[in-house]
Design a binder for this molecule. Structure first.
Ligand code: AQP
Length: 364
């Protein structure tokens, strides 16, 4: 729950109004809009694909969508400047290869729309230190060495709130790891609306997390998230892996010695089996229960090849498209330039209004 400090007494901790539940505030009444992003911080993996990209494709026919390559986020950890542009183009290529249509959805690099950074600063002054201190992803990423982390990594979730609110996005498709950041975005929006007496100015954005692809785990450890930054390449399926690499990684994926469980209850207490069954379900468009109906009681020696075949069939067209697009950086750049122009056309008036609400000098 929000620990709202009012504008006139910014550090006061008592007499906190419960802003999130204040029914007297009119809600946001603008259009529905989707925003999401992926960092150009390394090769995309199956978790990014199932947790985010697959949802992007489904949403583009339902609402106006902005899909950003969040390079400002990427530099919160060291990125080789010689590689960052190529990595940015690669993420854009992955969006298109996965089925995002650049005529429908807006695809753009975050740093090309400067308004993101300005709104992030304003929202840094709205968010409270105590809120950021509770962010588990910062703690997980820095471990015992938080004093060595960049200040940017600490305020990362505020930049994420700015990305979303700059477009007054009402829906954000993400993996489960982003749930806490999305809750923070709602708290920041509510506090801004409250402190500046601008009810309904920013929406209270809904995360879109549901589905079996929301939390894909490492192939080496069923309790750790599949992640770009895991030092073991065997822990993840990269979108650029070919059929042999995929089959090899699934064959070597960690499992327990028992056959596949027959019930969802048993599946829940076997993390590695749960992950592989969840992967099958997400790729086949089934529920975990349906997968167990077919494979429950059978050995991993039978299940793993079926999973590898399904994975190759789903990913091969995406990988092929990605390779073709990466070979044509001119085409990707045209998509990004057009996307940046369209994104700025939405962002600029919203930032101008925000500046006015905050009380900045209107001369420029
Ligand atoms: N394992 C996952 N399962 C489901 N969804 C996932 N996402 C990431 N990992 C999984 C979703 O992918 C989108 C883009 O993520 P990102 O690259 O911007 O940030 P991240 O969450 O930090 O991704 P990584 O791969 O884990 O990178 P590192 O290792 O650098 O931290 C988001 O929607 C995310 O939820």
């Amino acid at each position: 729950m929000i620990d709202a400090a009012r504008r006139s007494t910014p550090l006061r901790q008592s007499a906190k109004p419960n802003i999130m539940n204040d029914q007297s505030l009119p809600p946001y009444a603008g259009p529905s809009r989707v925003f999401s992003g992926v960092q150009p911080s390394g090769a995309l993996h199956l978790g990014n694909y199932l947790g985010a990209l697959v949802k992007f494709v489904a949403l583009q026919d339902q609402m106006e969508c902005l899909f950003c390559v969040v390079d400002l986020h990427a530099i919160t950890a060291w990125q080789d400047p010689a590689l960052l542009v190529a990595q940015t183009r690669e993420i854009a290529a992955a969006y298109v290869a996965a089925g995002v249509d650049p005529q429908k959805a807006i695809i753009f690099p975050q740093s090309a729309v400067r308004e993101h950074a300005e709104l992030a600063w304003i929202l840094n002054c709205v968010a409270r230190l105590g809120w950021l201190d509770r962010m588990t992803q910062f703690k997980e990423k820095t471990g015992k060495h938080k004093e060595r982390a960049s200040v940017g990594l600490y305020t990362y979730p505020v930049l994420q709130a700015a990305d979303i609110l700059l477009y007054k996005a009402t829906h954000v498709p993400v993996g489960e790891d982003q749930k806490q950041h999305l809750e923070l975005t709602r708290d920041i929006a509510a506090k801004f609306n409250h402190d500046f007496t601008a009810p309904g100015f920013f929406p209270l954005t809904e995360p879109l997390i549901e589905g079996p692809g929301a939390r894909i785990m490492s192939l080496r450890d069923g309790l750790a998230k599949m992640s770009k930054s895991d030092p073991s390449d065997q822990s993840r399926i990269n979108l650029t892996d070919d059929a042999d690499a995929i089959a090899g990684k699934i064959r070597r994926a960690k499992t327990d010695p028992l056959p596949l469980p027959e019930t969802l209850e048993e599946l829940k207490i076997r993390p590695e089996a749960d992950n592989l069954v969840g992967l099958f379900a997400a790729l086949a468009g089934q529920s975990r229960g349906q997968v167990l109906q077919n494979f429950g009681g059978r050995g991993f020696g039978e299940f793993k090849p079926a999973l590898a075949d399904l994975m190759v069939a789903c990913l091969a067209p995406v990988t092929q498209n990605m390779r073709r697009l990466i070979a044509d950086p001119g085409e990707i750049d045209r998509i990004l330039v057009d996307g940046a122009d369209r994104a700025r056309a939405i962002a600029a008036p919203i930032l101008a209004e925000t500046r006015k609400i905050v009380g900045f000098w209107p001369g420029r």
